[in-house]
Structure formats: C-alpha cells, structure tokens
Ligand binder design. Structure first.
Ligand SMILES: [Zn+2]
Length: 309
C-alpha cells in the first residue's frame, strides 16, 4: 500500500501577515527567510526530509532572500510557486491578472534556482475555475491549494466577520463553501475545481493534491494546528492521518519563528506565536515520528502527483 508523506513550507515573508491583519506601517523585514528558513532546513535535514518550498516571487526581489533560496535549492530542496505577489484576493482578479501572478512567480523562481517550478499553491488556499485554467495555460504538474476542512473554513469565516464588526479591513477572501465538497485525497479536477473528473467529461491537465485533513472529523493537519497541539495532540492528529496514501503536511515559515524575531505586533493575530518555538518543534517532530513508524516514505509533491495520478 502506498504510504507517501510530503512536507512543504510556504515561505510567506512576514509583511504578508501584516497585510492580512490590516496592520499598517510595518516595514516587514526579511525574518521569514533570515531566521525561519535556516531553522526549518536544519529541522528537516536532521530528519532526512527534503522539503518542497513554496516561494512568493516578489519576496525574491530582495537579494538576500534570493541568494538563500538558491543555496537551499542546491542542497536538494525543491522550490515551487506560491505566486508573484501573494494576492489574497487572487480569485477576484481578472483571468489575465491571475495568469500573470502565476507566470511571473514561476519566472522569478526559475531565474533564482535554475529550475522551472512544476507545482503551485494559491495564497490563502483560495482557488476557482479561472485559477485552474490559468494553471493549465502556464503549465503545472500539480496544484496543492484546496483545503476541504470544515474547522478551518468556519474559523476563517468567523475571524473575517469579527474584523468587519470591529470596522477593520481584512485582506483575505473567503473560499466558496464548495471547498467542503472537494475530495480529501489527490484527484484530477474535472468540470469544476472542487470536482473530480469523470468518464468522458472535462479533465484538467494537472493533479490537485489537497492540504491534509484527518480522517473522520477532517481536522486540519497543518503546521499551525500540529505545532500548537502539544506532543500528545500532535501524535493523535498524525495517527488520524495514518492510512492515507499521501499525507500532505503543509507548514509555513512562520511555524519556525517566534515573538523575539521582532513579531510582537503579530502576537494577537497569529496564535502559533503564543506557543514557544521549541514546544512547536517537539510537537511537529512527534507527528513526523508517528508517520515514519507507520511506514511513510518522504517524497516531494511532484513525485506524489506522479505516483497518485
Ligand atoms: Zn502563503
């Protein structure tokens, strides 16, 4: 039986977090790359894991970030496309603008690493049929953005509703509730982004690798959840994923940062920062140990896409 595990990290620079929480006047800085990335690479390499890194093209216009990513890519980690500008409202742009966001991200990453990305992840997990058509036009092997997780969906809806009540503008866009009808395992998209291709009907040229949810309750098996769950909680969450052909564990550079990295303004908004970094890494480590124990083999997402398509 296939038991593959892919660990990917979205390398969103901290400025994107300030934007989504409507915090203005922060310079952003480069701590996601300067501090988060070296910690994450050390963590992965100690465990023999080669990562998929979803980079935002615009973040690489800072020379230091580009140099660091090129170096990490030479060590065997794979850099994939997280768009050019990390537009949380990607799905509200025109087809032309969406295509540009995807193509420009790919172009910059290829210029930095020498490899054209074959995978895409949308900012904020939000896609639609126009995004999927753009991915076909640009050419990808897989997309990994669809997050069919009721707990995440309703928490995001509540958070955005709360910001509206307080008169603050959130930069994010709520996915269509159709995401909750999407398959939880790898699928070839059909008529719509959330539906599987069937029979003679339309079939996309690429595979969707949904963000991981647990069996049963479909709890989010992502870095923020696992890191904050403690060792016991993380172990239970991982056990609830065992048996899935692919465990697609998605982390963020933020999962490797702490308040002392100059992020005190984000503390009220990013709950993961309330847990000590060492505790988050212990929990993550425990979850990965469960998967290794269950016979999971670490692969890159493009390898999983080929194995499962
Ligand atoms: Zn992101």
């Amino acid at each position: 039986m296939t038991r593959l595990c892919a660990v990917s990290v979205d390398l969103d620079e901290v400025g994107h977090y300030f934007a989504i929480h409507g915090l203005r006047g922060h310079e952003g800085g480069h701590v996601a790359y300067e501090r988060g990335v070296p910690r994450m690479v050390a963590f992965a390499e100690e465990r023999g894991i080669s990562l998929d890194l979803f980079a935002v093209g615009g973040d690489l216009e800072w020379e230091g970030n580009a140099r660091l990513l090129a170096e990490i890519s030479r060590r065997g980690h794979v850099v994939e496309n997280h768009s050019f500008g990390h537009r949380y409202d990607l799905t509200r742009l025109s087809a032309r603008e969406i295509t540009w966001e995807i193509e420009e991200g790919a172009r910059i990453i290829e210029a930095v690493t020498g490899r054209r990305p074959t995978g895409f992840r949308a900012p904020g997990y939000t896609v639609n049929d126009v995004v999927f058509s753009a991915l076909e036009a640009v050419g990808v092997e897989y997309d990994s953005s669809v997050f069919p997780c009721p707990a995440y969906y309703f928490a995001k809806a509540a958070m955005m509703g709360g910001m509206r009540i307080r008169g603050r503008e959130s930069g994010s866009v709520l996915d269509s509730p159709k995401v909750l009808r999407a398959p939880v395992r790898a699928y070839r998209p059909g008529e719509h982004w959330y539906s599987r291709a069937r029979g003679e009907g339309r079939a996309r040229s690429f595979v969707e690798l949904p963000i991981q949810v647990t069996r049963g309750a479909r709890l989010p098996f992502i870095g923020t959840m696992v890191g904050g769950a403690g060792v016991l909680g993380a172990t239970l969450l991982a056990k609830a994923c065992v048996g899935e052909p692919l465990v697609n564990l998605e982390l963020h550079a933020m999962d490797f940062l702490e308040v002392e990295d100059g992020l005190s303004a984000l503390l009220p908004h990013q709950p993961e920062l309330r847990t000590r970094l060492s505790a988050r890494l212990s929990a993550l480590s425990a979850a990965l140990a469960v998967l290794v124990e269950a016979g999971y083999r670490f692969v890159h997402l493009h390898e999983a896409a080929r194995a499962l398509s």
